[in-house]
Design a protein around this ligand. Structure first.
Ligand code: ARG
Length: 559
């Protein structure tokens, strides 16, 4: 809370000999219960120094404190609890939000660059739940980083290269039909891929054909290249449908294939730096504490890790990133540890700015949602189902609503995104359309609904913001809301530091709950002091809207 700083400033006047303002700021806590006050300073650590009981110390300091932001200073049980001047601070907070609007909580724009590697699905395969998580978490981190003043570059590192494309080419040449692939590319290509694996179990020589075809591809064989290009295009078309539904854009679609002509120089550099070792005909880089990182197979073809090495160097040279995030499932943790270790061995100090942002799985009935064995859950269908269910809910609750379809889109998609982002990313999450679309409980629609309720109050009260009008905020029932609004900028900071959008989702749920409680106990539209109350409502609306935006979710005006 911003007022922590002021409290620390007052405390350092008294404690300046023993503690710095910074140390004090870190020590200041939020009291366990609201009724104990708004901020608390613990005196236990000072007991040794002063040779007095924490209780006595708290009393002494409290009597010397000069704190204009507090209406009450109370030493209790070794703490100095303070109660902020609610009316003054409420008015200041609301005015700040109303003035800054969507800019509330934003940091100044800087020249710092953050690249974010997100989504990155594999061509010729269905867009998986894991890629959905990467897309949604990565998109939110990009929005948060932008709000924190970074220059953000969103990179979709498509999985469009590797031995599997050799296999696919072989499979297509043996069993494929152009017409079928054009009709439903992903389903058809996946079927070919699955068939290849099944046949290869009884006829292992197929694998050799696959490897040879990939080698052809890496050597730019025209025919192989044509097929590959076509598979990539068709797949990308399908992925774009999903991105459009989610409202997500990228700055770059440079996938693995883009680095094909950039790997030789990396391998050469590794050689020159004396890092490349031979092992069973393959080339590896040894890394401490982990298995060696495989750079080149014995047949000379490159690997996922080689392409990531080339990509990291390319990104640094091109974007000069200060930070570089990889939003990728936790099962790739070893891969990124190896990648980062190799870059450090190469002497690249900028490696320090790189981070793997891992996440857990999406489960269905406690089990991993798998696309293997040809059993495909198409994400496109999942999104469609969510929108249909949202529409059904709206028909029940608000059949008169004008732009039902549009709102159902926002609610259906918002529900999927919120359901993902409300959990700390490393937790596995259970996928349930019914749960995520509930209007009550900890859901996206609940927050959207609260926002729409605020909008409706403002319409009914004919509210207009007037910066010259004084706010009378003597209403103590609003205080829990004010405190949450005050915490919003700090929550954004923390969400960035921890790469954790769930902190924003949580504060939105808290604000919604506090506001709905207020709504249930206060007659907001009463004549007396209406302007002040509606200003609070507007501030809530602004912060909910901005918080949802940071998660990548839209906030309808009515629903
Ligand atoms: N395509 C990969 C997969 O689906 C994810 C790529 C992540 N990004 C990266 N630079 N490795 O597993």
């Amino acid at each position: 809370m911003q007022y922590k700083q002021e409290y620390a400033k007052a405390l350092v006047q008294v404690l300046g000999d023993v503690l710095t303002e910074e140390q004090i700021t870190i020590m200041i806590e939020k009291p366990k219960h609201d009724k104990l006050g708004d901020l608390a300073f613990p005196c236990f650590e000072l007991a040794k120094q002063y040779r007095k009981s924490p209780n006595r110390i708290a009393e002494d300091i409290a009597s010397k404190l000069d704190l204009h932001i507090a209406e009450k200073v109370e030493p209790v049980g070794g703490y100095i609890n303070i109660f902020l001047k609610k009316a003054v601070i409420s008015a200041l907070t609301i005015n700040k939000v109303l003035k800054e609007k969507g800019q509330y909580g934003s940091s100044p724009v800087t020249s710092k660059v953050m690249t974010i590697d997100l989504s990155s699905p594999n061509i010729a395969k269905p867009f998986s739940m894991g890629h959905l998580r990467s897309t949604v978490i990565g998109n939110s981190l990009a929005l948060i980083a932008d709000k924190q003043g970074y220059q953000v570059v969103r990179i979709n590192h498509l999985g469009d290269w590797g031995t599997q494309f050799g296999k696919l080419i072989v499979a297509y040449n043996m069993w494929g039909e152009e017409k079928e692939v054009r009709k439903s590319p992903i389903k058809e290509l996946l079927a070919l891929y699955v068939k290849f694996h099944k046949e290869a179990e009884v006829k292992p020589s197929l694998n050799d054909l696959g490897r040879a075809a990939f080698k052809n591809l890496e050597e730019q064989d025209e025919e192989a290249l044509q097929l590959w290009k076509w598979f990539r295009e068709e797949s990308l078309k399908e992925f774009m449908k999903i991105y459009n539904q989610l409202g997500i854009q990228f700055d770059s679609y440079h996938g693995e294939a883009f680095y094909n002509d950039k790997m030789d120089s990396v391998v050469k550099e590794l050689q020159e730096k004396g890092l490349l070792m031979e092992s069973d005909g393959a080339h590896v880089v040894e890394v401490e504490n982990f298995p060696p990182c495989l750079i080149k197979k014995s047949d000379g073809t490159t690997l996922y890790a080689t392409r990531d090495l080339a990509a990291a160097i390319y990104r640094q040279e091109n974007y000069r990133f200060d930070k570089s995030l990889y939003v990728v499932g936790h099962e790739q943790t070893l891969h990124f540890k190896q990648l980062f270790a190799v870059l450090r061995k190469m002497g690249y100090e900028w490696q320090e700015g790189m981070a793997h942002v891992p996440f857990g799985m999406i489960l269905k009935d406690g089990k991993k949602m798998s696309t293997r064995k040809g059993k495909v859950v198409l994400l496109e269908d999942v999104i469609k189902d969510a929108i249909t269910l949202a529409l059904k809910n709206i028909e029940e609750k608000n059949p008169q609503l004008e732009n039902k379809e549009e709102v159902a889109n926002q609610v259906g998609v918002g529900a999927i995104i919120f359901h993902d982002l409300k959990n700390f990313r490393l937790n596995d999450i259970e996928f349930s359309l019914e749960d995520m679309l509930r209007f009550e409980g900890e859901t996206g629609p609940y927050v959207q609904y609260t926002h729409a309720r605020a909008a409706s109050l403002l319409r009914k009260g004919n509210y207009r913001y007037d910066e010259n009008q004084q706010l009378e905020m003597h209403d103590h029932k609003a205080w829990p809301i004010i405190k949450l609004l005050l915490s919003f900028p700090e929550v954004i900071d923390k969400a960035m530091n921890d790469y954790d959008p769930s902190q924003i989702a949580k504060v939105l749920l808290d604000i919604s709950k506090a506001f709905n409680k207020y709504y249930a106990t206060v007659k907001i539209l009463d004549e007396d002091n209406l302007y002040s109350r509606l200003s609070l409502v507007d501030a809530v609306k602004i912060v909910l809207n901005e918080g949802l935006r940071l998660l990548g979710i839209q906030a309808p005006q009515q629903m």
